[in-house]
Write a protein that binds this ligand. Structure first.
Ligand code: GLU
Length: 469
């Protein structure tokens, strides 16, 4: 195989969508696997819908995913002159021609053709008129040879193509002078020396149009690989409105880039029954022959499972670093790292699926005060809990070395002194007292992480609360 050159060619007309990110990752993985290059091309020719904000979201999203490119970003809008030049050369060589038929005329002829029970493709009225540049408002059409063979072998979908007669003489330049999408894509792919076009299956039907342009240019088409559609749970079409499908969204929900890449790479590709793939493994193992044709289900439960896997495996320093912005968002203020937080994070990674969940569960440790969950407070901080809390407070005051074992000893003593109370009966009120809620890691570990001073303060506050009415 000659040196592989792939490209990711997003249109900056919205956020970086799950499907686009998957396309980017596949192109990256394929290029890296073959020691090739990835080119980033921003297809911003739709001037009304393209925005800088969306372009920035593409860069941010790719950077976050660790999808690095080797050339670009190039902007398709900057290649307008080149597209016009190629179209002019096609006209000069008789492979394209100017067409003066107006929209209204075309529509009328189309209506009549369909009414007569025939299929409509352009009827060739201007094909042999040999119109020059001064012919007035006009489009440019590709002259489609009747015997053109537009079949191609798709690396994923296999034999593909369309009859040239079904396409006819298609427009390649609009009356405003701009090239049409298919022409622009082909010219750019040729100029950039792209060897493999890996893109969403929604572009599969465009490919015969593009093959016709390659043929008119006397160029060899690249290898095409159309990657399967991504669908939601139960095979339903993903909706931008209903499903949270932007990479930015996943990121702010507290998913890790490693988990996201792992999830995305499995949307349409597999390697035996392996589920966990590091970025290195993706580079090493990914190839087009294991890309499936059938739609890929974006299973969010699996995404959460993968995320937890990576949360658990992450070095502590790195995890703290990743968690910090989420914690700061949670408490709406600056958060300092502390040994207590380090300890807590190790406990929470076993019980959180996302950084957001982890931050919610770590909130009690980094916020000054806590708010009781009303239901938990009503259930556990009752007047009859007061004597237990008072005794615990007294016992814990005397603990010299604030360790889980020392805390447990005090709990054990107080529990026995109160008619052998079940441990849950004393742990739950304390949990609500120190975290505000009824769920946290083990109570001794929680108190050990919180520290002596704040534990005592919070138990004291809970004692006051139990006597409040
Ligand atoms: N710009 C197109 C898109 O965002 C991709 C075109 C291509 O990959 O050929 O869907």
């Amino acid at each position: 195989m000659s040196a592989v050159r792939t490209r990711f060619a997003p249109s900056p007309t919205g956020f970086l969508h799950l499907g686009s990110a998957r396309t980017a990752l596949f192109n990256w993985a394929f290029a890296r696997h073959h020691g090739g290059r990835l080119i980033l091309r921003i297809e911003d020719t739709d001037r009304l819908r393209s925005t800088q904000e969306s372009e920035n979201a593409i860069y941010d999203g790719l950077e976050w995913l660790g999808v690095d490119w080797d050339e670009g970003p190039f902007r398709q809008s900057e290649c307008g002159d080149r597209h016009r030049e190629v179209i002019d050369s096609l006209i000069a060589r008789g492979r394209a021609y100017r067409c003066r038929c107006t929209q209204a005329e075309l529509e009328e002829r189309k209506r009549n053709t369909i009414a007569a029970g025939r299929k409509w493709t352009y009827d060739g009225r201007c094909r042999d008129e040999d119109l020059g540049p001064g012919c007035g408002p006009h489009t440019v059409r590709l002259r489609m040879p009747e015997d053109a063979d537009l079949s191609f072998h798709d690396a994923v979908f296999g034999e593909s193509g369309q009859e040239a007669s079904e396409i006819g003489d298609m427009i390649i330049r609009r009356s405003d002078g701009d090239a049409l999408f298919n022409l622009a894509v082909v010219v750019d792919d040729l100029d950039m020396g792209i060897t493999h076009v890996i893109r969403g299956a929604d572009h599969h039907p465009n490919t015969p149009f593009q093959i016709a342009i390659y043929q008119a240019l006397g160029a060899t088409p690249p290898v095409f690989a159309h990657v399967p559609l991504i669908v939601g749970a139960g095979g339903k079409k993903l909706s931008k409105r209903r499903d949270p499908v932007s990479i930015q969204n996943f990121r702010s929900e507290g998913f890790l880039p490693e988990a996201t890449c792992n999830w995305l790479i499995r949307l349409g590709w597999s390697h035996g029954d392996q589920e966990i793939f590091s970025r290195q493994e993706i580079r090493r193992l990914f190839d087009l022959d294991a890309v499936h044709r059938s739609s890929a289900q974006a299973d969010t439960a699996k995404y959460a499972w993968l995320n937890q896997h990576y949360l658990k495996a992450m070095p502590r320093e790195e995890l703290l670093h990743a968690l910090l912005p989420f914690l700061e968002r949670e408490v709406d203020g600056k958060v300092e790292l502390s040994p207590g937080l380090e300890r807590l994070v190790d406990l929470l990674r076993e019980r959180s699926k996302t950084l957001v969940e982890m931050a919610q569960q770590a909130r009690f440790l980094v916020s000054e005060g806590i708010h009781y969950d009303p239901k938990a407070a009503k259930k556990y901080l009752k007047p009859e809990t007061r004597p237990v809390l008072v005794d615990l407070h007294a016992g814990l005051t005397h603990v010299e070395e604030w360790s889980e074992a020392a805390i447990e000893t005090v709990f054990e003593r107080v529990r026995t002194a109160h008619d052998d109370l079940g441990m849950g009966k004393i742990a739950q009120p304390v949990r609500v007292a120190v975290t505000g809620g009824a769920v946290s890691p083990g109570i001794f570990e929680t108190l050990a992480a919180l520290g002596k001073e704040r534990t005592l303060q919070r138990i004291a506050a809970a004692i006051v609360f139990t006597g409040a009415d």
